[in-house]
Design a binder for this molecule. Structure first.
Ligand code: MSP
Length: 506
């Protein structure tokens, strides 16, 4: 029986069109989901759209549309992004769906039943852009810490007794080193919680676009309580009878988020879940933010990076590779066109693309269009190359489990570079005249290495690696991670190779 693996992206606000930040979070999840599927897990990969709240209501008004008409229109752009970036999600949840409405009502009722919600009055600051409440002490120069404008809000409100959960949260972080990752974010959250938690306003009355509070329809649920609950809605929480103890996929193995929304996921969310007596997710990973050529990305600066344009101009695998290779996952990074072009030309075209091209065309031209059979004996240098991935496959598994995507790629590229060096040293074009048998062994060694490389690259470069594996005739049912360790037999007939990556002009 394969192990269930549940991974989620944040659900995206539909007040905006998709940008590189959205593509980035989902890409990281897509890579983990694809790897886990290839490694024998039963994967549930969820993404979707966050369609309620004041921010979305205001955006709809500015377009002269009813909120529902507006969200129906804009959420399609996020569905289109999935296709454009070749994302392999298993479900797409919208917070305007019935399954989600039911699940929000259910969690609210559980919180009430357990005595964790009470009626009071909120007076304080609210930032619509962040959809977040702030204490007077958190306001910097009249703005939220993120720079978002704030407004003074005074209205009746239901409160969640967050303060009661402070110690339990600290115990959770202490007992589960890995619950918040990377470490820097963990420290940040721990000191925030140690600083003391105030009860949290969880309903609003001054606008109406949201999920009504059960039995008090003047109130709508705070958009973050609504939004976070999506992770349960997609696991049929509304129909569940076991407090999710018998759920196939809940608790989530990992919630992937950006660093700006770590507090909601690592403080509020586990507190809501504990208060509703539900199992807790295993890990929250917060990645960094991209700047554009050194500048903060913002609509007002007009420098938002559109993933659709990028993919159209450079190709989907090229963008996927760049985003995952350029920056250690978890750190902030800078998007620069010249760096993107460098990576495409040097790593993809000159290294991986070139290795494939030279090896497959040499086989095509010199070996009767047929991959040489697995040789009876190999020299030491052949064995070293063939073993370099095969003997370290658990390291790659660990790198995925620890979100070290850039290191994974670096390691694969070291093997690509070794394979190119081996080709130069062995010079099969010379062996063709001097030692035909040895040439066949060298070409076999190379194609076997290319097979292992391409198997490992499937989660990152799904289109290209599939094309390579197709062209070197690896059957589609022999493309699991465990197949890396089974050296293939050779003998298949091949065609002239098709180039993998066109070079890009600088
Ligand atoms: N709707 C909430 C999430 C609710 S989850 C229960 C939300 N949506 S969002 O659309 O504003 O942002 C979603 C994600 O995009 C966040 O993870 C955020 O970090 C990411 N990014 C937005 N801009 C980004 C960059 N410039 N760089 C990298 N990621 C960034 O928050």
């Amino acid at each position: 029986m394969s192990t269930p693996f549940y991974i989620t992206t944040p659900i995206y606000y539909v007040n905006d069109v998709p940008h590189i930040g959205h593509a980035y979070t989902t890409l990281a999840c897509d890579i983990m989901a694809r790897f886990k599927r290839l490694d024998d897990n039963d994967v549930f990969f969820l993404t979707g759209t966050d369609e309620h709240g004041q921010k979305v209501e205001t955006a709809a008004k500015s377009k002269n549309l009813k909120p529902k008409e507006f969200v129906d229109k804009v959420s399609i752009n996020f569905v289109k992004l999935l296709d454009c970036m070749n994302f392999s999600n298993d479900d797409f949840i919208r917070t305007t769906e019935k399954r989600h409405f039911d699940s929000c009502q259910k969690i609210w009722n559980k919180l009430v039943e357990n005595g964790n919600i009470y009626l009071g009055k909120y007076s304080g600051w609210y930032a619509v852009r962040d959809e977040a409440f702030f204490l007077e002490s958190e306001i910097v120069d009249g703005k939220a810490p993120s720079g978002a404008p704030v407004e003074w809000v005074e209205e009746p409100s239901y409160f969640f007794n967050l303060s009661k959960w402070q110690d339990k949260l600290l115990t959770l972080y202490e007992e589960n080193e890995d619950f918040i990752s990377p470490k820097s974010r963990r420290n940040e959250v721990v000191s925030f919680v140690k600083g003391g938690l105030k009860d949290l306003s969880v309903s609003r009355t001054s606008f109406s676009w949201g999920i009504k509070v059960p039995n008090d329809d003047k109130h709508i649920m705070y958009v973050w309580l609504d939004a976070l609950t999506n992770y349960l809605s997609a696991c049929d929480f509304s129909k569940d009878q076991s407090n999710m103890k018998d759920s196939k996929f809940w608790p989530a193995d990992i919630h992937m988020v950006g660093k700006d929304i770590i507090r909601f996921h690592a403080v509020y969310w586990p507190a809501f879940l504990m208060a509703a007596d539900l199992p807790l997710p295993k890990k929250v990973f917060a990645h960094g933010w991209w700047t554009n050529e050194g500048n903060k990305i913002s609509k007002s600066l007009g420098n938002v990076i559109n993933p659709f344009d990028l993919v159209e101009e450079y190709g989907v695998d090229q963008i996927r590779y760049f985003l995952m290779r350029e920056v250690p996952f978890g750190n902030d990074g800078d998007f620069s066109k010249s760096q993107l072009i460098n990576r495409i030309n040097s790593d993809l075209a000159n290294s991986y693309g070139n290795l494939f091209q030279r090896v497959v065309s040499m086989i095509f031209k010199n070996c009767n269009e047929t991959i040489p059979l697995k040789p009876k004996s190999l020299k030491n240098e052949d064995i070293i190359l063939i073993n370099s991935i095969k003997n370290n496959i658990n390291d790659y598994r660990l790198l995925i489990d620890n979100q070290k995507f850039d290191v994974y790629l670096k390691n694969v590229w070291l093997v690509i570079s070794d394979a190119n060096k081996y080709t130069d040293e062995q010079a099969p074009w010379t062996l063709r005249k001097t030692d035909f048998k040895r040439m066949e062994v060298v070409l076999f060694t190379l194609i076997e290495t290319l097979r292992q490389i391409s198997l490992l690259l499937q989660p990152f470069l799904p289109k290209t690696s599939t094309s390579v594996l197709d062209q070197i005739k690896i059957p589609s049912n022999n493309r699991q991670i465990k197949d890396v360790e089974v050296i293939f037999g050779g003998g298949a007939k091949i065609e002239l190779p098709e180039p993998l990556f066109p070079r890009v002009q600088n």
